[in-house]
Design a protein around this ligand. Structure first.
Ligand code: ATP
Ligand code: MG
Length: 660
């Protein structure tokens, strides 16, 4: 069984695995510790992660990123249509009620929903982890932004299921970071002492969060969280691209923004420049053959840079101030300020954060790129039976208030109830009481829709109680109880509908003969029995039949990708054999090959080489390559065997001579 934690980044994702000696962040097929969050749809196959990055420029119309920003959203939402689309080159469209992309894949125009895209990408991360662990990957914890709503969370859970992953928890990235911090600290205050208060600020590629957590030995309590959903490195890159595109219009008379490939080249140059500016006061920008054979170059000083990104820097303060205010702490009560996320490497960003904490210094105790993945992996280890992890309790909180509403009856005082107010702990269970003579419905909705991302529908779920309890011994209807839960994933669910039946039983007392004493009276014992009532729920999760269909589709595409890769692999093996044997029959194997064998083998090698250059051989099936290689090996293998046998004997003889 595997224990895996995933930080699904908007730019790149990181994977942690738990091992007996601790947690490792693993590398992908090209030895990178972060895998681009990209999918590129090709003529023959999908490229996911690193190979998608390689094709991004040449195949931009069919390449999709920002996966975590699209999950659970709708195409018509202005946040998607106007903001996300700025960072995407594939066309967005509606896909069964959620946002999707229209791409050309295996020669056909196809539409994939954001849920499918996330599933494809999670499948790639699964394969990377499986390759590292040399076993199947099943149990995972995935970190998501704390501002994710019910529908986004359920979309991610659906995607995990489609990818064949068992998601033990969707953990808020804020909680993952705090967990990773707390669980490794051995010097936390005890229960009796004041907790250690830490502010975590994470500024990544697309969003920022500020959270305040209280730590004591063995536990972490999240006190407040605040976000800016649209603040990160990509906004800085965007501002730089606009600036240089404008400069190049005058300087080189080229319109970079009108040419998508030129824009990509400029964006890559700007990201490099941005990183250089994090460590230097000035940075050069060089983009060879950006367009129209122009080699563009420029430079930027840090002052000018900070002016260009002032609007981004200005957004940093508000979430930090909000988180501090909601935590009820003063700056003096903050013990440490920990920075996470790639964009906190920017000196001006750090200055803005530091300005919120006069007199304090910022810390970098955590690995700023990998803290989320490490925390998610710890969370997975804690939930999995495979490892015994030090006891550490995590109390997270929800950023949005949830209310339950219903059609008012004469028995009701109200028609709604705030069940989980903002700041309510996760996980948490509440019980609501209803007086009903007939089956009824209740709905869960977010109480403040204006706080939700874009135009997110505040609807969370619906419960239909199919039956009501029978009248009791007094001829009255017992109240109906509805159990609602804010679960570990941060999703809300209707767990149970029941009523309580009170049974009173007389229990004869234990007898003890005492002369002259009156016999003891029998005692009445009250027991409360919960009797379940039938109910059905409606949620924003996909129906299991749809999940299964999408799973089949995904498995089909995965198998097709694998076949393309295996075919390529066998073709390479055939090519390699031809060149290798042709050289060796003249040299290493010359003494072990009969003249007829040699001419047959050389003819076979030539024939296959010629065939590889034909249209048929260029693009044949896997079995065609395998058959050819097998046929050649039939002649070649006995030669190789003879050589090895003689070599072996010679080696043994030498060893014998040396030992005598
Ligand atoms: P998010 O959390 O927003 O989904 P992410 O987790 O993918 O995004 P990170 O890996 O935390 O993002 O950070 C990536 C961002 O940090 C990119 O925009 C990258 O350009 C930026 N970045 C990385 N190193 C530096 C640096 N030295 N100077 C400036 N920016 C940097
Ligand atoms: Mg991140």
């Amino acid at each position: 069984m595997s224990v895996v934690g995933i930080d699904l980044g908007s730019l790149a994702s990181k994977i942690g695995v738990a091992r007996h000696r601790g947690i490792d962040i693993i590398t992908n097929e090209v030895s990178n510790r972060a895998t681009p969050s990209l999918i590129s749809f090709g003529v023959k196959q999908r490229a996911i992660g690193e190979p998608a990055k390689t094709q991004e420029i040449s195949n931009f119309k069919n390449t999709v990123g920002s996966l975590k920003r699209l999950a659970g959203r709708v195409a018509s939402d202005p946040e998607i249509a106007d903001i996300e689309s700025k960072f995407l080159t594939a066309s967005l469209c509606d896909a069964q009620g959620t946002v999707g992309v229209k791409v050309k894949y295996v020669g056909e125009q196809q539409v994939f929903s954001s849920t499918q895209l996330v599933a494809m990408y999670l499948g790639k991360l699964r394969d990377i982890a499986a390759n590292e662990l040399k076993s199947g990957v099943c149990d995972v914890v995935i970190a998501v932004p704390g501002w994710y709503t019910e529908i986004q969370r359920r979309a991610l859970l659906d995607a995990a299921q489609i990818a064949g992953l068992n998601c033990l928890r969707l953990i808020n990235d804020t909680a993952a970071v705090a967990l990773g911090y707390g669980i490794t600290k051995t010097d936390l205050p005890s229960e009796e002492e004041n907790p250690r208060h830490v502010v975590f600020v994470d500024i990544g590629h697309s969003n920022m969060s500020a959270s305040v957590a209280a730590f004591q030995k063995g536990k972490l309590t999240m006190k407040s969280v605040a976000f800016n959903r649209h603040l990160g490195g990509r906004d800085i890159d965007y501002a730089l691209v606009q600036y240089f595109a404008d400069e190049f219009k005058g300087k080189y008379k080229i319109d970079v923004l009108s040419n998508q490939k030129a824009r990509f080249r400029l964006a890559a140059g700007c990201e490099k420049l941005k990183k250089v500016l994090s460590a230097n006061a000035e940075a050069p920008l060089n983009v060879e053959s950006i367009m129209n054979d122009v080699d563009a170059s420029s430079k930027l000083k840090r002052d000018a840079y900070e002016g260009l990104i002032a609007h981004v820097l200005e957004g940093i303060e508000a979430p930090i101030k909000q988180a501090l205010a909601e935590s009820g702490l003063t700056v003096d009560q903050v013990d440490s300020i920990e920075l996470v996320g790639g964009s906190t490497r920017i000196p001006a960003v750090r200055q803005r954060i530091a300005a919120c904490f006069p007199g304090k210094t910022l810390s970098n105790t955590l690995n700023q790129d990998e803290a989320v993945a490490r925390g998610a992996t710890f969370a997975c280890a804690m939930l999995s039976p495979v490892f015994r992890v030090r006891d550490f309790s995590v109390t997270d909180i929800t950023p949005y208030s949830i209310k339950i509403q219903w059609a008012k009856t004469p028995d009701d005082d109200d028609s709604e109830l705030l069940v989980f107010p903002k700041g309510n702990t996760i996980p948490s269970t509440k019980i609501l009481t209803f007086h009903r003579k007939e089956p009824f419905e209740v709905e869960a909705v977010y109480a403040e829709p204006s706080l939700l991302p874009g135009t997110t529908n505040p609807w969370i779920g619906k419960l239909t109680a199919k039956e009501v309890p029978p009248v009791d011994a007094n001829g009255e209807l017992p109240p109906v109880k509805v159990k609602v839960k804010l679960g570990l994933h941060g999703t809300m669910s209707f767990e149970q509908v029941y009523y309580e039946e009170i049974e009173e039983k007389e229990e004869p007392p234990a007898t003890m003969e005492v002369d002259g004493a009156e016999p003891a009276k029998p005692k009445k014992k009250r027991t409360i029995k919960k009797k379940d009532l039938a109910f059905v729920v409606g949620t924003s999760s996909l129906d299991s039949s749809i999940v299964n269909t999408l799973k089949e589709t995904e498995n089909g595409m995965h198998a097709a990708d694998k076949l393309v890769m295996d075919t390529e692999d066998r073709k390479n093996a055939l090519e390699e054999y031809i060149y290798d044997m042709r050289g060796k029959v003249e040299d290493r194997y010359a003494a072990y090959i009969q003249p007829q064998e040699k001419s047959a083998l050389l003819a076979g090698l030539q024939d296959s080489e010629d065939w590889l250059y034909t249209e048929e051989g260029e693009d044949a099936t896997k079995s065609a390559y395998v058959e050819r290689l097998d046929a050649l090996k039939k002649i070649g293998d006995p030669v190789v065997a003879r050589y090895r046998e003689t070599e072996g004997r010679l080696a043994a003889a030498t060893q014998l001579r040396d030992t005598i």
